[in-house]
Design a protein around this ligand. Structure first.
Ligand code: CA
Length: 225
């Protein structure tokens, strides 16, 4: 059983690693959110222990990003003090459980074992805009029942717009969600992807569901038309 611990407090991270290894788990540690996300994408873990307040990228964002990408590895979030709000938000962003700091090692292990028994529970969220159907888990897309072939990046751009259907998303927001965090290219690259998407999901069907909001970004119409 392999566990990823994402925790920036070095002492706590080290003691978690020691304790979990003593219990027979293989443990990788990431000391910030960006590295945590990278590891979670690169490796297949049986569970992730994820702190909330992290440098680089906070735990909510790491969790949300993984779920958006269809990664359903069980996540146990470490919440602070009397953070009831933290806990609601943890679950909202797709964490499976949370544990309030400070916690006992025994409780941590019991919770992790319970999560791992349950395994990765896929919670498929099909995104719909009328007859446009986007399935983030299978990473497939249909219009009026006809499957549309998209490249991985086109799919990610459409998925992000579909998550936010009805509202305008800026090029920068799309970039931040779809490209690597260290991407420093031109946000206008988004225009290219939008053009491709229109050719695939709109034009052949006589639709114009991707609207340009001048100077602001793009909006996928909720009614998909
Ligand atoms: Ca922290």
């Amino acid at each position: 059983m392999r566990i990823l611990v994402v925790e920036d407090e070095k002492k706590l991270a080290a003691s978690l690693k020691r304790g979990l290894e003593a219990d027979g788990f293989a443990v990788d540690v990431a000391l910030d959110g960006t590295d945590g996300l990278w590891r979670a994408r690169e490796q297949s873990y049986d569970a992730i222990v994820l702190d909330i307040m992290l440098p680089g990228m906070n735990g909510y964002k790491v969790c949300e990003t993984l779920r958006d990408e269809g990664n359903w590895t069980p996540i146990l979030m470490l919440t602070a003090k009397d953070g009831e709000l933290d806990e609601t938000e943890a679950l909202d962003t797709g964490a499976d459980d949370f544990l309030r700091k400070p916690f006992s090692h025994l409780v941590l292990v019991a919770r992790l074992r319970a999560l791992m028994r349950r395994g990765a529970t896929e919670r498929p969220v099909e995104l719909r805009a009328d007859d446009l159907l986007v399935d983030p888990n299978q990473r497939r897309c249909w219009r009026d029942g006809t499957e549309i072939e998209l490249t991985a990046r086109e799919f990610s751009v459409l998925e992000y717009m579909a998550h936010n259907a009805g509202t305008v998303v800026s090029k920068q927001e799309i970039l931040d969600h779809v490209w690597d965090y260290d991407f420093e290219g031109d946000p206008n690259i988004i225009e290219v992807y939008v053009r491709h998407l229109r050719k695939k999901i709109d034009e052949p069907f006589g639709r114009s569901s991707i609207q340009t909001a001048r100077g602001a970004g793009y909006r996928l119409n909720k009614d998909g038309r």
